[in-house]
Design a protein around this ligand. Structure first.
Ligand SMILES: Cc1cc2nc3c(=O)[nH]c(=O)nc-3n(C[C@H](O)[C@H](O)[C@H](O)COP(=O)(O)OP(=O)(O)OC[C@H]3O[C@@H](n4cnc5c(N)ncnc54)[C@H](O)[C@@H]3O)c2cc1C
Length: 498
């Protein structure tokens, strides 16, 4: 296909989600590049209150925002629904708005595994440049000039349960941290930073990076309701894509930014993946790579509570948290109350304890046919999960007895004894939850090089949560922004053909 244009190269970005919006915006700053976003879902001008009003985020998880629900298989025949945004802005349009970076040792681990340019000292400058931190402004750890407006929930915005959690944890001795993105202050109790604007509305990455000014660029095309079926690979090079409608579009380079579930599925449908698995589906193999075989996520038990009404507040679902260290030193869990999903009864909430630093690996595999929804298996919890979560349970048990929790009338929905030896195992059996942090399904190191180029296929990159070699010890959306900013910079500053 001829582009009929004088521009130097045409890049297709498959998925205008969290990372794809950033990549497309940054690449199209260069008039020598023509960029086409192909997004399966609708445009961000279809956002309604379910997207934009933080307090309605739990409704977004329950399906009020266009999403692709994919069951997350937990083993033993159990599965939980997992919603991923299917709309411009992707999962940044339905997530809990928490804006955390992870820890220096996460990224130093990436660099130590041979991925030059991904250590903490490299990535922290990108985190800083991406934000406009309304609370801290420009400091050695924060930025004042980036596209993402960030602030922390104010006390008057907190729901009554979140306030009782915060106050109760203070009462039982949890140290208060005023900036939970400052690794030197952890572990402790803090308030979630969130990406919301001056009118207290959610800012998805598409709103931040693909505003009207950016979309007016002659070299940027944003196509919504455009689902890509496969990437066309010829003679070891990506040459374009095929949409589910049958339409074919040529490109000089294809960037797959379809998220940690759908990027590996798209690669496999395109003949890039484990040869044996592709052969089971009769797919030609262009590159035999462990796509989908090393999925990570943060999992943990949820304990349902209810309290005397009303709910109060107007913040998002996750407002305050304990960032805990089960060995007293190294942060390895988040514990916090989270709005119930879904619930008519707003005074019901879930106390979640999510384990960080978990090396178990799950998988994403093709379904019965290449076009069917992929099958997603959660990573197993590590052998020491119960022992580490015991620390979180002891803190929650102490909080349960605190004056603020008692004053609010917080009671477990199902009677329990959190001090019982099998309390953690019981809670995991009853209610294992996912933090929604699926990553590492097309990781740098085994599937991609350090510039996120697919090994063995020229002109093809993956840029989203899939690329993370290990999952950061925090929420993952901001990490996707950081990865996208850095890869776009690499694409702009280096020769693009191998
Ligand atoms: C319920 C929930 C709550 C969360 N809360 C938080 C939180 O509070 N803080 C945090 O940091 N993280 C949170 N996360 C995780 C975080 O939001 C994600 O890690 C991150 O947004 C993923 O970004 P991505 O770019 O990898 O994918 P996405 O943002 O999901 O983007 C993928 C895009 O690709 C599109 N797409 C998929 N397939 C195709 C195709 N074949 N053709 C064309 N387009 C396609 C999709 O429609 C989507 O727009 C949460 C996740 C969930 C599920």
């Amino acid at each position: 296909m001829s582009t009929g244009s004088t521009v130097e190269r045409h890049v297709i970005v498959v998925g205008g989600g969290t990372a794809g919006s950033v990549v497309a915006s940054r690449l199209s700053e260069d008039p020598g590049v023509r960029v086409t976003i192909l997004e399966a879902g609708p445009d961000h001008d279809t956002y309604d209150d379910a997207v934009l009003v933080p307090a309605k985020a739990a409704a977004a998880w329950a399906g009020a925002v266009p999403s692709a629900p994919t069951p997350l298989q937990l083993g033993g025949g159990r599965a939980i629904p997992m919603f991923q945004g299917r709309v411009l802005g992707g999962t940044s349009a339905l997530n809990g708005l928490a804006t955390l970076r992870g820890l220096p040792e996460d990224y130093d681990g990436w660099a130590a595994s041979g991925l030059d340019g991904w250590g903490w000292d490299d990535v922290v400058s990108t985190f800083i440049a991406a934000e406009r931190d309304v609370d801290f402004g420009s400091t050695p750890l924060h930025g004042a000039g980036g596209p993402l407006p960030v602030r922390r929930w104010r006390r008057d915005e907190l729901s009554r349960a979140q306030r009782a959690f915060y106050d109760g944890m203070v009462d039982v001795g949890e140290p208060v941290v005023d900036d939970i993105n400052d690794p030197d202050q952890l572990p402790g109790l803090g308030v979630f930073p969130v990406t919301i604007d001056d009118d207290d509305r959610r800012v998805t990455t598409s709103l931040a990076y693909l505003d009207d000014g950016v979309r007016a660029r002659d070299n940027l095309t944003v196509r919504t309701s455009a689902e890509v079926r496969s990437v066309e690979v010829s003679a070891g090079r990506a040459v374009g894509v095929v949409l589910t409608s049958g339409e074919e579009i040529d490109a000089d380079e294809v960037v797959v930014s379809s998220g940690a579930v759908f990027s590996p599925a798209l690669l496999m449908r395109s003949g890039v993946g484990p040869a044996g698995h592709l052969a089971e589906h009769g797919l030609a193999v262009h590159a035999d790579l462990p796509v989908g075989e090393t999925m990570s996520d943060h999992l943990g038990p949820g304990i349902p509570y209810r309290h005397d009404g009303p709910r109060g507040g107007r913040a998002g679902p996750a407002q305050v948290l304990v960032i805990g260290a089960s060995n007293g030193r190294n942060v390895d869990y988040h514990a916090f109350p989270i709005a119930s999903v879904p619930s008519e009864d707003e005074t019901v909430f879930m106390m979640a304890a999510f384990l960080l630093r978990s090396s178990g690996r799950g998988s994403v595999r093709l379904g019965d046919t290449p076009e069917a929804d992929p099958v997603v298996a959660a990573p197993p919890l590590p052998d020491d999960a119960e022992a580490r979560l015991r620390h979180a349970f002891d803190r929650i048990a102490a909080w349960e007895r605190s004056a603020p929790a008692v004053a609010l009338g917080c009671t477990p929905v199902t009677p329990h004894d959190l001090a019982a030896p099998d309390a953690v195992a019981d809670a995991l059996e009853r209610n294992t939850m996912s933090y929604g942090h699926m990553t590492s399904t097309c990781p740098m190191g085994t599937v991609l090089d350090a510039d996120c180029r697919v090994l063995g296929v020229d002109g093809l990159r993956v840029v989203d949560a899939s690329v993370m070699p290990t999952i950061p010890s925090g929420n993952t959306y901001l990490g996707c922004v950081m990865v996208a900013e850095r890869v776009a910079e690499k694409m702009r500053s280096r020769p693009w053909r191998r």
